[in-house]
Design a protein. Sequence first.
Length: 241
Amino acid sequence: MAKLELLPAVDVRDGQAVRLVHGESGTETAYGSPLQAALAWQAAGAEWLHLVDLDAAFGTGDNRALVAEVTRAMDIKVELSGGIRDDDTLAAALATGCTRVNLGTAALETPQWVAKVIAGHGDRIAVGLDVRGTTLRGRGWTRDGGDLYETLERLDKEGCARYVVTDIAKDGTLQGPNLELLKNVCAVTDSPVVASGGVSSLADLRAIADLVPLGVEGSIVGKALYAKAFTLEEALEAVSS
Ligand SMILES: O=C(O)c1ccccc1N[C@@H]1O[C@H](COP(=O)(O)O)[C@@H](O)[C@H]1O
């Protein structure tokens, strides 16, 4: 059986690696240098890095130079996200050499542009489906952006290569992933799904790995690593078979 890919997360706010609770601005816990965090995950054996410019996602500025520096310093694959919403920000993101970008708000607010970039860049474009219940949220998860399943149907027709599915209610809480949501999304799309939000233990990761046959390809891990609930080496070992 294919193994579950793990994507340790480095979310950047005001130049620092941070974790939020429910993605809410003001709930940050800071963990120091984003580059040091990213290098530590790489040294621990990560094959992927999920790198987020939170200021760009919230519209409170950006950390573009810093996330570009981190991406360029990595030997591993990088999924870059936050504030990629038009031709200029997409071109700058892709020029960092990241393996793919993850679009959130743009998929909700500028669907024609997203259809165009999916057609033009294929596998380098993932769409982040960040949901509360089944309602999508954009602009730093502060605004409603439509129904999950209607949007998914549209993006599937446009050939979206991959979805990063985040249950906002779980994100940063260490309360366990929303396995039902992941199963429901996998049931309506043939594109691979990356799980995000709530991982708290190796058992959670094994439960997500059980969904690989349904279409879950990977899992983002954030707070649990920073809170030292387990090490990345332990996590990689737990999902390796
Ligand atoms: O990752 C978070 O904790 C997070 C919290 C609040 C808002 C966004 C967050 N993450 C990432 O931001 C992109 C969306 O950015 P945009 O809407 O395209 O500008 C989303 O994919 C999440 O990965």
